[in-house]
Design a protein around this ligand. Structure first.
Ligand code: F6R
Length: 253
């Protein structure tokens, strides 16, 4: 695992954009896993800037998003599809038919979950998965639990997640209670992973990824078992990290 601590959010976003751009330049038809939420917004703004300046071509990439709220259509203002469309996809030259999301509206949960995994496999697997992290350590919407759920699945959102995400809605009562999310196996199958975190509220969760202990109660701790993870965090999110355990660290500033 490589840990990169940046001075602030801006530097984190710029370095993240560099990593994504390198991936796309090395493999123009790369499969990129995207995350929603506030954390990657700076990264997405940087990528849009690179596209506008003619520095990066997204025309051959394939995308898979981590998750979607159950019950929200693609057109819903708070859907993750709409979020990605407004904050990135409509502003770069990604091809519409290469954009993939787990559906928010469905009748047969099992069928749509296994179809999503098939689609990832048919695309050749994910080259680079971008992740944020919840204050409770969730990745995608894999919430703290007694065991890990490996496959794409429908999940009841934790109260902490509903509260954290209420800021995107008029009212907390409007936040969907369930989501459909890639499971831990789909995430761990990505060839490389870039986890971004900024701000004090993420410090505790981030510190758990660095302890050497894998615990489904802090879902992101499983990333320690992945051979190519970059943990790109700002100074505030890094403040509780203690270098311990047997993880092999390369630490840069
Ligand atoms: C979003 C996602 C979530 C977020 C996490 C952090 O697609 O999968 O795991 O990355 O909830 O959200 P922010 O960035 O809003 O703090």
């Amino acid at each position: 695992m490589q840990l990169i601590v940046t001075e602030d959010y801006r530097e984190m976003s710029q370095k993240a954009a560099q990593i994504v751009a390198d991936q796309i330049r090395n493999k123009p038809d790369a499969v990129i896993g995207f995350a929603t939420g506030s954390t990657p917004l700076g990264l997405y703004a940087e990528l849009i800037g690179m596209y506008d300046r003619g520095e990066l071509d997204f025309s051959r990439i394939t995308t898979f998003n981590l998750d979607e709220y159950v019950g929200l259509s693609r057109e819903h203002p708070q859907s993750y599809y709409r979020f990605m469309w407004e904050n990135l996809f409509s502003k770069i030259n990604v091809q519409n038919e290469r954009i993939h999301f787990p559906p928010g509206i469905f009748t047969d949960a099992e069928a749509v979950c296994s179809r999503y995994e098939e689609e990832i496999a048919e695309a050749g697997g994910i080259d680079l998965q971008i992740l944020g992290i919840g204050t409770n350590g969730h990745i995608g919407f894999n919430e703290p639990d007694e065991t890990y759920t490996l496959a794409t699945h429908v999940v009841e959102l934790a109260e902490e997640t509903i509260e954290a995400n209420a800021r995107f809605f008029h009212d907390k009562a409007e936040v969907p209670r369930r989501a459909i999310t890639m499971g831990v196996k789909s995430i761990m199958n990505a060839r490389s992973i870039l986890l971004l975190a900024n701000g004090k509220s993420k410090a505790e969760a981030v510190s758990h990824i660095c302890t050497g202990v894998v615990d489904p109660k802090v879902p992101a701790s499983i990333l320690q078992l992945h051979p190519h993870v970059t943990l790109l965090v700002d100074r505030e999110a890094a403040r509780l990290i203690e270098m311990k355990g047997e993880a092999a660290w390369s630490h840069s500033r």
